[in-house]
Ligand binder design. Structure first.
Ligand code: PRP
Ligand code: 7HP
Length: 207
C-alpha cells in the first residue's frame, strides 16, 4: 500500500472485477499490469533532475507544465532539481468536427508569464503522435525565449505522426495505453502512483 493510500494492485483488481461483468472481458483481463513502479519512477525522475540541473547550472528556468497530465511529474521533477525555477502552465485544445479530430491544436489556457529572453523548459507527461508538443514549441518559439527545451516523462516513438524529439525523456514505451502518475483514461486513474498498461493498444481499446 502506498503511504498516501492509493494501492495500485487493489485498484487494478477492481478494474478486473468490473471487466468480468462486461462482454469480452476474458480477453481484456490480461491487459492490466504495472509497467513502472513508484520506486522505478522515483529513481528515473532523480536521474532526469540531475541531468537537467547540470544543463541549467547558474540559470533559473521557467518550467511550463502542460495541463492536466503533467502535473504530478512536474511536481516531482522540480522538487528534485538542484537549480531554482519558476513555474507556469498551459492547457491545449484540439479542434475538429464531432468526434473527428482535425489535428489542429490551439492554446486553451495560456501562460501567465512573458517568456522573451527566458530559459523555458516544457514538461509533458507523454509524447504520442507528437502533434501537441510540436505545435506548442512552434507557438512558444515565436515569443523568442532565450532557450526552449522539452522534458517528457514517457515517449511512444512508434506512434509519431509528425517528427518530434524531446530533449529529456523518462522512459520510451511501446504502443500500449498507459495510465497513472498523471496519465488518464477518460479522466480516471491519474492518481495511481505506478504507471500501468490498461489496454491492448494506444487507443485504449480492450479496456
Ligand atoms: C495527452 C497527453 C499529451 C498529449 C500527447 O493529453 O497528456 O498532452 O495527449 O498526445 P500527442 O503527442 O498525440 O499530441 P490530453 O489531451 O489527453 O489531455 P490531458 O493531459 O488532460 O490528459
Ligand atoms: C495520450 C495518452 N494518455 C494516456 N495514456 C496514453 O497511453 C496516452 N497516449 N496519448
Amino acid at each position: 500500500m502506498d503511504r498516501r493510500g492509493h494501492d495500485t494492485a487493489s485498484c487494478l483488481r477492481g478494474i478486473k472485477r468490473r471487466q468480468r461483468f462486461s462482454p469480452g472481458a476474458e480477453m481484456r483481463e490480461a491487459a492490466t499490469e504495472i509497467l513502472f513502479t513508484k520506486g522505478a519512477i522515483e529513481r528515473r525522475v532523480a536521474e532526469l533532475a540531475a541531468q537537467i540541473s547540470r544543463d541549467y547550472k547558474g540559470k533559473e528556468p521557467l518550467v511550463v507544465g502542460i495541463l492536466n497530465g503533467a502535473f504530478i511529474f512536474m511536481a516531482d521533477l522540480i522538487r528534485a532539481l538542484a537549480v531554482p525555477c519558476r513555474v507556469d502552465f498551459v492547457r491545449l485544445a484540439s479542434y475538429g468536427t464531432g468526434s473527428v479530430s482535425s489535428g489542429e491544436i490551439r492554446i486553451g489556457k495560456d501562460l501567465e508569464t512573458p517568456i522573451a529572453g527566458h530559459d523555458v523548459l516544457i514538461v509533458e507527461d507523454i509524447v504520442d503522435t507528437g502533434l501537441t508538443l510540436s505545435r506548442l514549441v512552434e507557438i512558444l518559439q515565436k515569443r523568442q525565449p532565450a532557450s526552449l527545451k522539452v522534458c517528457a516523462f514517457l515517449d511512444k516513438r512508434e506512434r509519431r505522426r509528425v517528427p518530434f524529439t524531446a530533449d529529456y525523456v523518462g522512459f520510451s514505451i511501446p504502443d500500449r495505453f498507459v495510465v497513472g502518475y498523471g496519465l488518464d483514461y477518460n479522466e480516471k486513474f491519474r492518481f495511481l502512483p505506478d504507471v500501468c498498461v490498461l489496454g491492448t493498444s494506444s487507443e485504449g481499446e480492450g479496456i
